[in-house]
Write a protein of this length. Structure first.
Length: 736
């Protein structure tokens, strides 16, 4: 396919590429293959025909751009005009830090091929080339971070013939899910803030855009920006978007119109009307449209606690908001990047709520393509921060082993695991070769237990030594690589030996008398890489040691008891960050402290999961105290209200509270071992597996828990109840 571009520089605006097609006869079938550098839509005779949005999606563009295929039998059998409209999107507009533009190209371009097939099997193909014409576009500016300006009075003038673009990109057929519009949400309220600003509240923080249905005077303007929260006085607050302007601006044409941004998206709950041609705000003109990858919903959950139900809702919306083609950290500020750490932390929960196999197949494929020769994996994939250079960090780069393993656990697809296996090994080889100590990971700068509360206020790196965390993840990645290799029938003898050595070194250097310490070779780590308040005496040290099986068996109860005591002393509160939190409740349950795990989960005061729920959150917050009890807000420099990482707790709710544990990948065999708690009254958690719907339910009646499991025929479930009763069941509903 030829890549074509505009003969004139169209700056921040979008552009139309047109081609009139007259077929030599009447074809039986017409199909278009289209892609772009930027973000495109496909139109036939001026009418948009693609149902997906934000195509071609976001990949490691220098290595592969996805091509989408559209059936055009409904509109192009008789010929007509084909148009590809392209806006700047991820590839050309602002992305990454420091208002960086043009990451992959400094101009938009497209490549397309439209093929007609005749009854006799012959074909006729029209491809992008110099016989396409280019027109200016009513989308005058478009940018992922800054938003879009659309002038519907604009008469698109011709800019000339398309030029063959010398800048080309490797193409591949669509791998991931399509990105599509999802829920439509009407405003819950329109109001004037104390500052006198007109605000519309959609009642749900989400990713997508606002659609306008409006008839206003020709040339009049509706413009708004976006926010996730109001401040404590009830004013619109978007300081946390940092440099992202997230604007939408429409010039109306006097007719009845349906308008929405075409090449960008926003993370928001509120909009603020900056320009509005009417006296009274009419909320019925505004509809929020959620946008995300079109994954199949698989999970279901409810329980007797409205607050936990709300938490579940927030976790779900965290995923919807951040699974837009790439697993992102957040959808609103000047970031929206495929942070590997965030993805790693949340992947297991993600795979319970939705079928994310294809979604990860694509993203992990990009990760493998971007993995360094030496095995390093950057902080973000696609690597939009390559000029800034992210840290090659433990807990982030380990997404290279953890995500493939979790996707295998969820779907049992060996071929996919085999595809990812070289990347897993390379990552472990990278750690093995990194720095001075062979069996520890002492060197380099890491993000550590990001945003943990054992750091002084305002600091992002938690107190747990980053080299302790790095060495723990070294063991973890090694272990998962061994398990993957065994599942694939590969010889992993070298990695088995390595794993044993890493665990032995870890024990020697980080554990003494059943307590986490730093000693021996670990003292060689560079103190410059650690925050001054660094200490191994943290919740997260113990959590990782226990969860990754790094201590001697006799030390297990001691470490668990210390952890439990720390939490009790802290008023049943956690102090963990990104890396400790996902494992905290698991570790407590695994060591006989399930009651305490529930105490933390159900704790309504700061810090804990229900704190943000009580503050009215509708998605997961980046910080445990994004908005504090007194209504003050964390510094805007790093304060997202739609960060899914802490939503990883659903994996404990599903895996421990409901007790659904996968014992043979893909849910072929499961263990159903619920650990109920009367405070919830009842709980029902289900998943649509590849073998059918699996559900675990319990309910308290007269102080006694009763259980009901729904198990598809093709799944064998081992039932283990808290009172010791056991059963092996399959195909049916089973009550105890
Ligand atoms: C992101 C995080 C990410 C981190 C790296 C932040 O700016 O929003 O979620 O993992 O940087 O520590």
């Amino acid at each position: 396919m030829n890549w074509i571009k505009s003969p004139v520089d169209t700056g921040e605006g979008a552009v139309f590429f047109d081609r009139r097609i007259a077929w030599r006869g009447r074809p039986e079938h017409v199909e278009a293959k289209v892609t772009a550098m930027g973000v495109y839509n496909l139109l036939v005779n001026g009418v948009r025909v693609n149902k997906n949005v934000l195509a071609p999606g976001w990949t490691s563009y220098a290595r592969r751009v996805q091509v989408q295929t559209y059936d055009l039998d409904g509109c192009l059998l008789a010929g007509g005009t084909v148009t590809v409209e392209v806006g700047r999107g991820w590839g050309v507009g602002t992305i990454g830090y420091d208002n960086h533009v043009h990451h992959w190209s400094d101009h938009v371009s497209t490549a397309a091929e439209i093929t007609a097939t005749y009854a006799d099997g012959s074909r006729e193909t029209v491809s992008t080339g110099p016989d396409w014409t280019v027109r200016a576009h009513p989308v005058l500016t478009t940018d992922i971070y800054n938003g879009e300006t659309i002038d519907t009075t604009f008469v698109p003038r011709e800019l000339g013939r398309a030029l063959i673009d010398e800048k080309t990109f490797p193409t591949v057929p669509q791998i991931g899910e399509w990105i599509t519009t999802q829920e439509r949400i009407s405003p819950v309220k329109a109001f004037v803030s104390p500052k006198g600003e007109k605000i519309i509240d959609f009642g749900q923080n989400l990713t997508g855009w606002v659609e306008l249905n409006v008839k206003g005077p020709r040339g009049s303007i509706i413009a708004f920006d976006h926010a996730e929260i109001l401040d404590k006085d009830g004013n619109f607050h978007n300081g946390n978007y940092r440099s992202a302007k997230a604007l939408a601006r429409f010039v109306l044409n006097g007719e009845k119109q349906t308008l929405f941004p075409r090449f960008t998206f926003y993370g928001f709950r509120y909009i603020r009307l900056l320009e509005y041609p009417f006296e009274e705000v009419d909320p019925s003109q505004f509809t929020a449209v959620a946008v995300h990858s079109d994954m199949r919903r698989t999970g279901s959950f409810e329980c007797g606690s409205p607050l936990i139900d709300r938490l579940y809702h927030n976790i779900l919306w965290g995923q919807k908001s951040n699974y837009l083609d790439v697993p992102t950290d957040c959808p609103q500020r000047d970031e929206r990047l495929g942070w590997t750490g965030d993805a790693e932390v949340f992947v297991r929960t993600a795979a319970i709520q939705y079928d994310v196999e294809k979604f990860f197949e694509k993203w992990l494929g990009d990760m493998a393509l971007e993995q360094g020769e030496n095995g390093e994996v950057a902080g973000v994939v696609p690597d939009a921060l390559r000029d800034v250079r992210t840290r090659i960090s433990a807990g982030w780069g380990d997404a290279a082993t953890i995500c493939p393993w979790e996707i295998y656990r969820a779907y049992g697809n060996k071929e996919l695991l085999r595809k990812h296996f070289p990347m897993m090994k390379k990552w472990v080889d990278y750690i093995h070769a990194a720095g001075s100590e062979e069996f520890l990971w002492l060197d380099g700068r890491h993000y550590g237990d990001w945003l943990a509360l054992d750091a002084p206020y305002g600091k992002c790196e938690g107190a747990t030594p980053t080299h302790l965390i790095a060495s723990a993840f070294f063991a973890r990645s090694c272990e998962l690589t061994v398990r993957a290799g065994r599942a694939l029938g590969e010889d992993v003898g070298e990695y088995e030996k390595l794993y044993q050595n890493v665990v032995r070194s870890f024990r020697e250097c980080y554990i003494e008398d059943g307590r986490p310490v730093v000693k021996g070779a670990a003292l060689k780590s560079d103190p410059k890489n650690e925050p001054p308040y660094s200490t191994p005496d943290t919740q997260t040290s113990r959590v990782l040691i226990l969860r990754f099986g790094l201590c001697a068996e006799e030390d297990r109860p001691k470490l668990a008891k210390q952890l439990a005591d720390m939490i009790e002393k802290n008023g049943k509160h956690l102090s963990t960050g990104f890396l400790g939190t996902p494992h905290l409740l698991h570790v407590l349950s695994e060591n006989g402290y399930t009651k305490l795990a529930y105490d933390i989960l159900l704790n309504e005061s700061f810090p804990g999961w229900l704190f943000s729920v009580k503050q009215g959150a509708t998605t997961m917050w980046e910080h445990w105290d994004g908005i504090k009890e007194d209504g003050t807000i964390w510094p805007d420099s790093m304060n997202s209200f739609n960060h899914y990482a802490y939503g990883a707790v659903y994996d404990w709710i599903f895996g421990r509270a409901a007790g659904v544990d996968v014992t043979e990948p893909g849910y072929k065999r499961v263990r159903l071992a619920p650990e109920p708690d009367e405070r919830l009254g009842y709980l029902a958690a289900g998943i649509e597996t590849r073998f059918g719907r699996l559900e675990s339910r319990w309910e308290y009646k007269d102080g006694k828990a009763r259980y009901r499991f729904t198990v598809p025929e093709k799944i064998t479930a081992e039932v283990v109840l808290p009172d010791g009763r056991r059963d092996v069941v399959s195909g049916g509903v089973f009550e105890y």
